[in-house]
Design a protein around this ligand. Structure first.
Ligand SMILES: Cc1cc2nc3c(=O)[nH]c(=O)nc-3n(C[C@H](O)[C@H](O)[C@H](O)COP(=O)(O)OP(=O)(O)OC[C@H]3O[C@@H](n4cnc5c(N)ncnc54)[C@H](O)[C@@H]3O)c2cc1C
Length: 337
């Protein structure tokens, strides 16, 4: 039998939401454990060299910011356990919660849990995508990275609301030229957005190619820039090459919540349902924070803010667990504490 360890709070995920929650709980002297499935803490933000929209830092790299956040949480006593993926949560008879790590390798118990497993951008899996992502030439977030492409040629991929809105944003704010590809003839985005897109295409000389798919991203000889992309026309099956400076993939997000089915309620896309004021989930004692929750803004600063709120609400709960009321909302409903 694995040894069982006891904590006040277990936080699952060491991204910005998890580290911010850990800082607040540990600083108030709660015995706090952060479980992280990867070898390094930090979550998604670790993979960017340039952050320019985190208040208080004009510019900072993801690894530098994460290192400070990690140190700050650990200085106040939070324990971080790496390569420790949470695989199950059980409620014990006395109301405490038990978290199983790596399918039974260890067990950890706590009075409460904050879920911060984040979400991942959906990838296409095409040749060159991973290599150029590491070089910072494949992006998933227009707000985060649009400013790096002033006057440049961008390829955008996708057909939903985010794809259309963010393509308009890039075309009208930053890019010298935008080419957009979508695999279907019709966009899934709302009609009003598609009308705006068509207007932006006229005003800004954008190319909208349907039904097309991105088939490959070919790196330049230095492996730091994109040489060209390969596009396939699904009507004619012909391929063509296009020189672009960057690629933005807007093909959806995948929350890391599959293992939580049956533990907390989720919406149809797997985002954890919560009371958006208190970040309570449907399960007493379990809070949620960051990108994995319904209606998250999917930003570094908001993930940190969520972590802080969840930690404050955890403290309220610990002081008086009876204050928990099951007030599971319709998606988007905001309920009182
Ligand atoms: C390349 C890139 C650039 C970005 N740039 C910016 C930017 O400039 N500005 C900005 O505001 N935002 C940016 N973002 C978005 C920002 O990084 C996210 O909004 C933020 O990281 C979300 O924080 P989070 O803590 O909710 O989740 P994540 O950062 O996703 O962290 C979740 C953590 O939980 C871990 N985990 C998942 N499942 C488990 C499990 N079962 N057990 C244990 N651990 C688990 C994951 O490994 C991960 O470490 C960027 C994102 C990317 C990918």
């Amino acid at each position: 039998m694995p040894e069982t360890q006891e904590y006040d709070l277990i936080i699952i995920g060491s991204g910005p939401a998890g580290l911010a929650a850990a800082l607040y709980a540990a600083r108030d002297r709660y015995n706090t454990l952060v479980l992280e499935k990867n070898a390094l803490p930090g979550g998604q933000i670790l993979f960017t060299e340039r952050i320019e929209n985190y208040p208080g830092h004009e510019r900072i790299s993801g690894p530098d910011l994460v290192e400070t956040m990690r140190r700050q949480a650990e200085t106040f006593g939070a324990k971080l356990k790496m390569q420790a993926g949470a695989t199950a949560i059980r409620r014990l008879d006395d109301g405490r919660l038990e978290v199983e790590v790596n399918a039974g390798e260890s067990l950890h118990r706590a009075k409460a849990i904050i879920l911060t497993p984040g979400s991942d951008y959906r990838r296409l899996g095409v040749p060159g995508e991973e290599e150029m992502r590491q070089a910072g030439k494949v992006s998933f977030c227009a707000t985060c990275d649009g400013a790096f492409y002033r006057g440049k040629h961008i390829l955008t991929v996708g057909g939903g609301n985010t794809a259309v809105e963010d393509t308009i944003y890039l075309a009208t704010r930053f890019a010298g030229k935008v080419t957009m590809v979508h695999r279907r003839t019709e966009f899934r985005a709302q009609k009003v957005l598609v009308e705006e897109l068509n207007q932006a295409a006229k005003d800004k000389g954008m190319d909208i190619k349907v039904p097309y798919v991105l088939e490959a991203i070919v790196p330049a000889a230095d492996a730091q820039q994109i040489d060209h992309v390969v596009l396939r026309n699904l009507d004619t099956d012909k391929t063509e090459q296009l020189r672009v400076d960057g690629v933005f993939l807007f093909v959806g997000m995948v929350p890391n919540t599959g293992w939580l089915r049956g533990v907390v309620e989720m919406n149809e896309h797997g985002y954890i349902a919560c009371d958006c004021t208190t970040l309570k989930t449907s399960a007493p004692g379990i809070f949620v924070a960051g990108d994995c929750r319904q209606q998250a803004a999917m930003q570094l600063a908001t993930a940190c803010g969520d972590g802080v709120v969840a930690s404050m609400m955890f403290k309220e709960y610990i002081r008086n667990p009876k204050t928990w009321r099951k007030t599971m909302p319709e998606e988007g409903a905001v309920e009182g504490w």
